[in-house]
Design a protein around this ligand. Structure first.
Ligand code: GLA
Length: 398
């Protein structure tokens, strides 16, 4: 249920094979799922994410050669110089003429932000490794950003606060073309073992909420890949911003149920759906935080299912592959009501993973059953795993 111990050894061996020496800094940054509170962080809403047992590892060692060289084990296309000899990152606009692969866009944007705040990476070699799948809705981009930022801090002998770090990572994401909220880098930075993180995004305050005893998290990948910079996410944000301008509020989280009812007739269908989602999702998160504290499994089941319906119908960010897998999952949950909740799409959507809660004593059996049912119904192998709620980013060496 926790991280395979061999992963770190493999990553170190890979670093030595590529760069001919041991890493001086090793950082482990987990991925996350969001239990509830989706597409609300950029509207000042409440969110309830959990760090999972799959992680990105960032390994680095100072180098006598000027500039920053970086390799990605997942992309396996060699080490690339991402900066000039003075450490200034090469530009990262699409078609920037740099000839650098797409996966280097985010690191280049982050290196640039780090440089602006006095955390420029010194001449060094960096390897990105780990078992967190890319584009599966588990926030591989925030794990990469937070991991790289924590490595830069270590190389400078600094330790930023989780909020400072998260804001830098968010700034880099925006610079690289994804106008995301603060949820992902914050939970990757500050998650606590055994707990979900309740964040009030308007106030940027957070609380650790324990998961009920004996309950863990099931994650199932729909296999449909998404990229937050593909325009869907930015469109949703713009629709929310238009709706709040129309209703005269700073963010949709200020809209009450009563105001929503009153404003209904004046909003067109698309904007009405977006507002209804934020208002109802904030209410669901409030109830879910209480249900977690009370260990109310049945209430959590209802909330996760309702959260999914709202994402599908009001945010309109589900896709066929997600719906097919969810039907298989929910049929299994219906037959095991006391042990498995219904599933909900997690993360930005348009593909990615489903999340559910499961009783630990039945977790492995239900995971096997889900794989088998998915094989029968969809003719596909599903990448699914069970995880405890994990802690946030960790400096392992350096
Ligand atoms: C992505 C973004 C987050 C959040 C979610 C949707 O994961 O990075 O900021 O908006 O989508 O809840």
């Amino acid at each position: 249920m926790s991280r395979p111990p061999t992963l770190l050894a493999e990553a170190r061996a890979d670093f030595e094979a590529r760069f001919g020496r041991a890493p001086a800094v090793v950082v482990q940054a987990p991925g996350r799922v969001n239990l509830l509170g989706e597409h609300t962080d950029y509207e000042g809403g409440l969110v309830l994410p959990v760090a999972v047992g799959r992680a990105t590892l960032v390994l680095a060692a100072p180098s006598p050669t000027p500039g920053v060289r970086m390799a990605s084990a997942a992309c396996d296309d060699g080490a690339h110089a991402l900066t000039d000899a003075e450490g200034a990152p090469f530009p990262w606009e699409p078609d920037d003429g740099s000839g650098l692969p797409r996966w280097t866009i985010r690191p280049r944007a982050l290196l640039s932000v780090l440089r602006e705040v006095g955390l420029a990476l010194p001449a060094c070699d960096v390897l990105l490794h780990g078992d967190l799948p890319l584009g599966a809705g588990l926030s591989s981009s925030a794990a990469l950003g937070v991991g790289l930022c924590r490595a830069a801090e270590a190389l400078h002998g600094r330790d930023l606060s989780p909020l400072e770090r998260s804001r830098l990572v968010q700034r880099a994401e925006h610079a690289a073309g994804t106008p995301c909220g603060l949820m992902d880098p914050l939970v990757v930075s500050v998650a606590r073992e055994g707990h979900a993180l309740l964040i009030d995004c308007a106030r940027e305050s957070f609380w650790h909420v324990p998961l009920p005893r004996g309950v863990c998290v099931l994650v199932a990948d729909s296999g449909a890949r998404h990229d937050l910079s593909d325009g869907h996410y930015a469109r949703l944000r713009a629709e929310c911003a238009r709706a709040s301008a129309f209703l005269g509020v700073r963010s949709l989280s200020e809209v009450t149920m009563e105001a929503l009812a009153a404003g209904m007739a004046r909003l067109d269908d698309v904007h009405l759906r977006r507002v209804r989602h934020v208002v109802s999702e904030n209410a669901r998160v409030r109830v879910a935080a209480r249900a977690l504290a009370d260990g109310d499994f049945a209430a959590l089941d209802g909330l996760l299912r309702a959260g999914h319906v709202s994402l599908r119908d009001d945010v309109q960010c589900s896709v066929d592959a997600v719906e097919r897998l969810r039907e298989v999952h929910d049929a299994l949950a219906d037959a095991n009501k006391r042990s498995l909740t219904g599933a909900r799409l997690t993360g930005g959507g348009f593909g990615g993973s489903l999340v559910a809660l499961v009783r630990r004593t039945r977790a492995e059996a239900l995971l096997d059953a889900l794989r088998e049912k998915a094989r029968e119904a969809l003719g596909a192998e599903v990448d699914a795993f069970v995880t405890d709620a994990m802690g946030g980013v960790e400096l392992l060496d350096g």
